[in-house]
Design a binder for this molecule. Structure first.
Ligand SMILES: C[S@@+](CC[C@H](N)C(=O)[O-])C[C@H]1O[C@@H](n2cnc3c(N)ncnc32)[C@H](O)[C@@H]1O
Length: 269
């Protein structure tokens, strides 16, 4: 069964996801929205988007609102995506990090964790599995974080992981786990995940980081949202720390607090 959405209804939903997550859905995204939300109308036996809007904005249906946010976020990611960033990371990892001051990296729109574990492989290779390093992965979507915390993926997702890392840091599933691989616990113990909305001011305290990866999420934000999000994140950078955005993104005209090191890579002086 297909449900039609009218302009007024679309505006209500695009306004809602903008207010919550800062995500801009242009009119061209109407099909995307209905494609993703129609299953919720079916599951809840609601006949119109107006009825679903009323349901989802009812304060007693907070779980449904979180589910709607999950459905309206785009979570595409893969291991070693935009691999030049990891070559850069290798160059800036200091030698001799002390346990009192671990090297800290934040994957700030982590999706299912492929970015965080890619960083983990690079750090483990340079600083050792017992080294003083930690990674935080955060995302607005609860469902992706569940998979991230498990660290288990389809074997097809291992495609871009260099073979030596695959051998060293990933365990091939056997029996009922056939067709999957698991990130080794030696790496997982350095990585934690938590739900965090980048669009909320006065963000929860996450400490200061040597490197922040904020890749392939700014593209969903308009300029005021980009500015607000970057402003929220800058206090979480150590002085001299690096900030990395996706290859289709730029901080030019967004902030003066960071200096461009090379395209998509910035530094807090
Ligand atoms: C396309 S994925 C990018 C994943 C990874 N950084 C990469 O480059 O492969 C974008 C992620 O941003 C998350 N996201 C969108 N809006 C957000 C917000 N306001 N706060 C936190 N995460 C958000 C989505 O849930 C999604 O998982």
């Amino acid at each position: 069964m297909s449900y039609q959405i009218n302009d007024v209804e679309f505006k209500k939903f695009s306004g809602l996801i903008y207010d919550i997550a800062g995500i801009t859905l242009t009119d061209a995204k109407k099909t995307l929205l209905t494609g993703r939300l129609s299953k919720r109308l079916i599951a809840l036996d609601l006949k119109t988007y107006t009825a679903y809007f009323k349901y989802v904005t009812d304060p007693s249906h907070k779980d449904e609102l979180a589910r709607m946010v999950d459905l309206l976020t785009t979570n595409e990611t893969y291991f070693f995506r935009e691999h030049q960033h990891f070559e850069f990371l290798k160059q800036i990892i200091p030698t001799g990090v002390s346990p009192a001051k671990p090297f800290r990296v934040w994957s700030a729109a982590s999706s299912i964790g492929a970015e965080a574990y890619t960083i983990a492989m690079v750090l483990a290779d340079k600083l050792g599995e017992q080294g003083a390093w930690e990674i935080l992965g955060t995302d607005i979507s609860h469902s992706v974080l569940q998979q991230a915390a498990k660290g288990q993926y389809k074997i097809s997702e291992a495609e871009k992981i260099p073979v030596p890392y695959l051998k060293k840091f990933c365990l091939k599933g056997k029996g009922s786990q056939e067709g999957t691989f698991l990130i080794d616990k030696k790496l997982r113990q350095h990585v934690s995940f938590q739900q965090l909305n980048l669009n909320v001011e006065g963000m929860r305290k996450v400490g200061e980081f040597d490197v922040i990866f904020l890749r392939n999420v700014l593209i969903y934000f308009d300029i005021p949202t980009k500015q607000r999000v970057i402003e929220n994140l800058i206090p979480c950078m150590k002085s001299g720390g690096y900030f990395i955005v996706g290859h289709a993104e730029s901080l030019s005209g967004i902030t003066n607090a960071l200096t461009s090191v090379k395209p998509t890579i910035y530094q807090r002086r």
